[in-house]
Design a protein around this ligand. Structure first.
Ligand code: ASP
Length: 347
């Protein structure tokens, strides 16, 4: 149901969707937001109001940072009562990180926050940006028969798929279908109509206020295991001054080497209060540390299971939980708990 009185705030952070080609170098560069309107007069034909907010300067999402996440949350908080939904135009490269962080920074969210972007600039004839943008705006404005938004969640909408933001991963550098939600069903699909899968969508408590959380601690690292990884490499990661959390990308169901130097380094880090979250390098499925001896070793050392969480969501979760000033034991417990539907506990 499209609400003719609905208001949607369209936030432009940057990314290909609003980029133009530099005539001299041929490189894509962020351009001015008015470019988007010039290329998309269709926005004016929607049956609801769209207002815009420009991040200045617009960035390639490779330059995304926790302070820009805080800026985004600030804009949403400042305009929360005026708008029924929010669409964030964002580069695809780090969209899954931003969607994960926002989902955890916006507690008891009662309005849609839809991230979208494109693989081709909106000014190009074959752009995927127009459909992504128009449908994202419609989803942000959509309400059910009771007047509540249909998707009061932080989502990514790309190439016909509506996904829980903290479940997404960018899986293709070239194709229009650049994202998937490997371990959680799509929240909706756009064809002739937008079909929502209500049973998979989170429901907030409409009697409670939204909590806008700005806490953020960036002292985290992602450590991906590989055969031949050396003691120096692991030591260098685990002894970074001020380190608080590690997203440890392990093999299969959460397995790691059991060389003494490896377990000793992990043990020392955990003893110093560093929280180690075990996530799998596999795109599909999750961690079950008890399955193999090599996984059990990690469990005994005190690493936390991230179950089927993505690396992107695990990283954002560590930043936010530590940012809130929580003690390592509490962070260690909460990373294995689903806070916004970012993981499913199995096994
Ligand atoms: N490099 C761009 C970015 O992430 C790619 C894109 O927009 O999809 O900002």
């Amino acid at each position: 149901m499209i609400d003719r009185n609905a208001n949607v705030l369209l936030m432009y952070t940057g990314g290909t969707i609003g980029m133009v080609e530099n005539a001299d170098t041929g490189a894509l560069e962020p351009f001015n937001f008015s470019h988007l309107y010039a290329n998309m007069p269709e926005i004016k034909r929607l049956k609801f109001n769209v207002e815009s907010y420009l991040f200045d300067p617009p960035i390639d999402s490779s330059d995304m940072s926790p302070s820009i996440w805080q800026h985004i949350v600030h804009v949403i908080e400042n305009h929360y009562n005026e708008f029924d939904g929010f669409v964030i135009l964002h580069g695809t490269d780090t969209m899954a990180y931003t969607a994960s962080a926002l989902s955890l920074m916006l507690d008891n969210l009662t309005k849609p926050v839809i991230l979208t972007g494109s693989q081709l600039p909106i000014g190009k004839l074959r752009t995927d940006g127009k459909e992504n943008l128009i449908t994202a705006l419609e989803i942000a404005a959509d309400k059910d028969a009771t007047g509540h938004p249909i998707v009061p969640e932080v989502c990514v909408y790309m190439q016909n798929l509506l996904m829980r933001g903290n479940r997404t991963a960018k899986i293709n550098a070239n194709n229009f279908s650049a994202f998937t939600s490997p371990n959680y069903p799509y929240l909706g699909e756009a064809g002739l109509n937008i079909r929502y899968s209500d049973q998979f969508i989170l429901r907030p408590d409409y009697d409670k206020a939204v909590n806008f959380n700005y806490a953020m601690d960036p002292h985290m690292v992602i450590l991906k295991l590989f055969p031949g990884i050396t003691e120096e490499v692991v030591r260098a990661h685990l002894t970074i001054p001020g380190l608080k959390g590690v997203v440890l990308e392990t093999y299969g169901t959460g397995n790691c080497p059991i060389y003494p130097w490896f377990t000793d380094l992990l043990y020392d880090a955990i003893e110093r209060g560093v929280v180690i979250v075990n996530v799998t390098q596999c795109l599909y499925g999750g961690v079950e540390m008890h399955r193999y001896e090599n996984g059990q070793r990690l469990e005994k050392l005190g690493a936390a299971s991230g179950y089927d969480i993505t690396t992107e969501a695990a990283l954002a979760k560590l930043m936010i939980l530590f940012g809130e000033g929580r003690a390592p034991a509490e962070v260690n417990r909460l990373v294995s708990v689903s806070l916004r539907g970012e993981l499913t506990i199995r096994g």
